[in-house]
Ligand binder design. Structure first.
Ligand code: PGA
Length: 258
């Protein structure tokens, strides 16, 4: 029997939503999810909106906060950067690390991703490690090599205690913001590969408990089937998380019937 893994649905607002848009969003979203239980929910606003969301939500359990990025450094002369401690101060629980937009547009290497992951763990933030292949890499049959390199680069050398805090998000780059979702079978195959990697790295018990989210054009229409796959433990949602009603539908789709 599969180990119980509580699903996590996280909404990554990316560079959208001003601080003043947070209150109306949360009013609607909280109403819509009021009756939903048994799923972890996270909102990942841009830094400026995070302050407002934190004022409203504080450390509430029903909706947890995540950040989209953090500095690998603890403090000091790093103009424009945000540290793990600053995030903790705003009740942030999760932080995205290695999102493909950061890798692609901002030159983040596997080594930078690893250092950010370590910085997050040192401050007791739970990193959501994003990995995924491009279309060219998939067409060349290289997707598993890419996933393994990204996993290895970020996770090798971590203690089991630290690994137990990591959440992985499989986000095929060709599916992000494109409207092209991986099929449930394609996603499941990648998720199983990731879980097998984790089993080799840290043993079956830890791998069986690690949550692996799917991300890439998830909508209220595709969410339920994706999340019903045995190794898909939730969703990382970009565009579709900007509408509080639509996002609430995706959260509802994560509730599994016993
Ligand atoms: P999308 O983004 O849902 O807009 O494709 C997903 C992500 O980048 O996390």
């Amino acid at each position: 029997m599969a180990l119980p893994r509580k699903k996590l649905v996280a909404g990554n607002w990316k560079m959208n939503m001003t601080s003043s848009e947070v209150t109306p969003y949360l009013e609607t979203f909280r109403r819509e999810i009021d009756e939903i239980d048994g799923v972890d929910i996270a909102l990942i606003p841009p830094f400026t909106a995070l302050t407002k969301a934190s004022e409203i939500l504080g450390g509430t359990q029903k909706i947890r906060l995540g950040a989209q990025n953090l500095s690998p450094e603890a403090k000091g002369a790093f103009t424009g950067e945000i540290s793990a401690a600053m995030l903790r101060d705003l009740f942030v629980r999760y932080v995205l690390v290695g999102h493909s937009e950061r890798r692609r547009l901002f030159g983040e290497t596997d080594e930078i991703v690893r250092r950010k992951l370590v910085a997050a763990l040192a401050s007791e933030l739970r990193p959501i490690l994003c990995i995924g292949e491009t279309l060219e890499e998939r067409q060349a049959g290289q997707e598993k090599v890419v996933l393994e390199t990204q996993l290895q680069g970020a996770l090798a050398g971590l203690s089991k205690e630290d690994l137990a805090e990591v959440i992985v998000a499989y986000e095929p780059v060709w599916a992000i913001g494109t409207g092209l979702t991986a099929t449930p079978a394609q996603a499941q195959e990648a998720h199983l590969f990731i879980r097998e990697f984790l089993t080799k790295l840290a043993g079956a018990e830890l791998a069986g408990k690690t949550r692996i989210l799917y991300g890439g054009s998830v909508t209220a229409d595709t969410a339920a089937e994706l999340m019903s796959q045995p190794d898909i433990d939730g969703a990382l949602v970009g565009g579709a998380s900007l509408d509080p009603r639509g996002f609430a539908k995706i959260v509802a789709a994560a509730v599994t019937e016993e």
